[in-house]
Design a protein around this ligand. Sequence first.
Ligand code: 5RP
Length: 231
Amino acid sequence: MDVESLKAEAGISACSYVKSGMKVGLGTGSTVKYTILELGRRVREEGLEIVGVPTSIATEVLAREQGISLRELDDLDGLDVVIDGTDEFDPEFQLIKGGGAALLREKVVAQSSAKMVVVADDRKRVECLGAFPLPIEVTPFSSGSTLKAIQAVLNCKASVRQGSDGNLVTDNGNFIIDAQTGPTISNPSQTEADLLHIAGVVQVGLFTNMCDVVILAGADGVSVLEKEDTS
Ligand code: 5RP
């Protein structure tokens, strides 16, 4: 099966977590796009009644096109569920996100959601995080100094992500630094804390202890992986 079909399978399967009356965080990326398309179809054809909170301008545009009602996070008292993609997930359901440069809004929305459902194809499953370059959102002010500080903390090379016309600028007016740690992030919470200590760092693409469910599409079909409740 080709990757696009796997993305579609995972994205559409996740819609089973959405019922009428829910407040739903809408993630960003090429996998969750299929979730948004399917939710839009259910709104138009089946009378599904939801309000969505988008995690990026791109998702906002797509969700509006699909006829999904959108609200500001601040107008709602928390969300029932967020569905989002990931760049990597490890056996503890810790994530690297931000490949689509939307990590800040994605993390704010995920923190406001009672449940986080991640949609992925099986290329995203890893034993140890970090083969995917770790995205870190930073202030444009003195981003060169922040880059050096990140390299020192992580002891690896890092670079400012480029867009079509110079440094890529996020929806929040910031830059993204991608850190080439390699698959070495064995304590993601500590790495996240160490990076957040750097003044110019706005947010880190490590989503620790947030993900509850991974909908994983592979050659053998779709699996629903649920995080074991350790509380
Ligand atoms: C955007 C993200 C995406 O969810 C992540 O990059 C996965 O995207 P895709 O489903 O296109 O592989 O974190 O900031």
